[in-house]
Design a protein around this ligand. Structure first.
Ligand code: BGC
Length: 493
């Protein structure tokens, strides 16, 4: 009752009229969702038999790496409060909830020989609660929280991980697949590999750029493909779901009209998105990556390219392992051609070889990398359509951070309205978008930035033992959108 009253009162206060906003209805079967990820919301880090994962270890051993020495030990306490989570998802009116499975909650050592039943029960209960409330689960199998014992074996840069992940994925399909129509194998492999093993800003914090990041990516792609084939051969006929991989990128816009900057922007897109997408949606790594990394590797004194090569058989095995395209997009950047970096230490950035910046007159959000660029999502969607043969697309994350506890988050309302407007316009351009996911249903643990960055439609009180969830104005706006499929007061058919 309180919730309804709140949402109604705030909706009246939201100014949603804007001449620039697309006023076409989203199709009736268009799916609106909201997302979270296990480490960011669940808490209960060592409860009921859950094993340690690399984020537990990374943060407990180096608390100073996280803003305010925070951790996800309790986070939003979703392990205990999943019914409240489902209640707020229902209040917002989403068609689906994208959440991830904590590998170590299901398999404490990472291996399938020991299944942790309470962990399985938690996800079964969550799925049941969602279904009972008419919300479809969209499940991410891996959102960065690798079991620590598997990291002790070398983690993603070691090739045992391909088979180990495939076995874990098979178990997930077996356990939950009867109730799941949409799967994502990996969330943002670039953040796993570049962040975890290349530039070291994510767990496990290894900095071996230009080397371990490429090997990690190679295994993630093989593991993804293996999971897709397992689903295809063993589960598709009975479960009839769809499997993809979520790849993230910012939109890279040429900084000028020059041919060089256009090449720089395309190069950046290929190094950021194509690195993972080309092997899956076309075939093999992008030519520009193969050429540049091979040339620089040889000049550095290596005998072969630092970018591992797929065999023809592997290329064929990975190509086409998607049932829809899943993309995360938040912001944009201007790409500038630059002089070739000196031959020195291996580096992904040098391999890419472009400069980028975000002009001061682009509107800022609170995270350092974040400028609000709604036009970028339309350009990116059109680029995806052209580059990957017009796939069916679900936007699996989009949203914005602020760093205060503001409930009347009018900037976020405008953010969602303007980005969704550009999504709708991209659909008019002919891009086949079938779903959109707001990040996030509630404020949560934002990795290295701890709780200083808030993306939620719902505010979470991290000072209260109850982790009280309170709707923001953006929740009311998103509810209006999910109910009416319209971004403004009244829409055209
Ligand atoms: C990740 C989320 C993260 C969000 C905002 C994405 O990179 O998938 O886990 O919280 O962006 O930074």
């Amino acid at each position: 009752m309180f919730l309804k009253g709140f949402i109604f009162c705030c909706l009246l206060a939201i100014s949603i009229a804007d001449d620039e906003t697309n006023n076409k209805l989203f199709p009736e079967d268009f799916m609106f969702g909201a997302a979270t990820a296990s480490y960011q919301v669940e808490g209960a880090w060592d409860e009921d038999g859950k094993g340690e994962n690399i984020w537990d270890r990374y943060i407990h051993s180096n608390p100073e790496l996280i803003a305010n020495n925070d951790s996800g030990d309790v986070a939003c306490d979703s392990y205990h409060k999943y019914k409240e989570d489902v209640a707020i998802l229902k209040e917002v009116g989403v068609d689906f909830y994208r959440f991830s499975l904590s590998w170590s909650r299901i398999l404490p050592t990472g291996y399938v020989n020991k299944v942790n039943l309470p962990g399985v029960t938690y996800y079964k209960n969550l799925i049941k609660e969602l279904k009972n409330n008419g919300i479809e689960p969209l499940i991410t199998i891996f959102h960065w929280d690798l079991p620590q014992p598997l990291q002790d074996m070398g983690g993603w840069p070691s090739d045992f991980i391909v088979e180990t992940f495939a076995e874990y994925a098979r178990l997930c399909f077996e356990l939950f697949g009867d109730d799941v129509k949409y799967w994502v194998t990996f969330n943002e492999p670039k953040q796993i590999c570049l962040g975890g093993y290349g530039q070291g800003y994510n767990a496990p914090g290894i900095s071996l750029t230009g080397l371990a990041d490429y090997v990690c990516a190679h295994h993630v792609l093989q593991a993804h493909a293996k999971a897709w084939h397992i689903y295809d051969q063993e589960f598709r006929a009975t479960q009839q779901g769809q499997v993809s991989i979520t790849i993230d990128t910012r939109w890279f816009e040429p900084a000028s009209d020059s041919e060089e900057d256009a090449v720089a922007a395309e190069t950046a897109l290929q190094f950021n998105y194509g690195w993972y997408a080309n092997p899956v949606y076309n075939s093999d790594y992008p030519e520009i990556m193969k050429t540049r990394i091979a040339e620089r590797s040889l000049a550095e004194g290596f005998n072969h390219s630092r970018l591992p090569a797929f065999t023809d058989e592997e290329i064929a095995y990975i190509s086409g392992t998607f049932d829809y395209m899943a993309v995360n997009m938040y912001s944009s950047i201007l790409a500038v051609a630059t002089d070739e970096a000196p031959i020195a230490e291996p580096s992904y950035n040098y391999d890419m070889g472009i400069d980028g910046y975000q002009p001061d007159d682009w509107e800022s959000a609170s995270a350092p990398w974040f400028k609000i660029t709604p036009w970028g999502i339309r350009k990116l969607l059109n680029w995806l359509k052209e580059t990957y043969n017009n796939p069916t697309i679900i936007i699996t994350e989009n949203g914005m951070p602020d760093n205060s506890s503001v409930i009347d988050d009018v900037t976020r309302v405008r953010f969602f309205r303007d980005y969704l407007s550009n999504v709708r316009s991209a659909m008019e351009d002919g891009v086949n978008v079938i779903g959109y996911t707001a990040w996030s249903i509630m404020d949560n643990f934002e990795w290295g930035l701890g709780y200083t960055q808030k993306y939620g439609l719902y505010h979470v009180d991290f000072d209260s033992i109850n982790r009280t969830r309170t709707p923001k104005t953006s929740a009311a706006y998103y509810k209006k959108v999910t109910e009416t499929h319209c971004l403004v007061d009244t829409c055209e058919e």
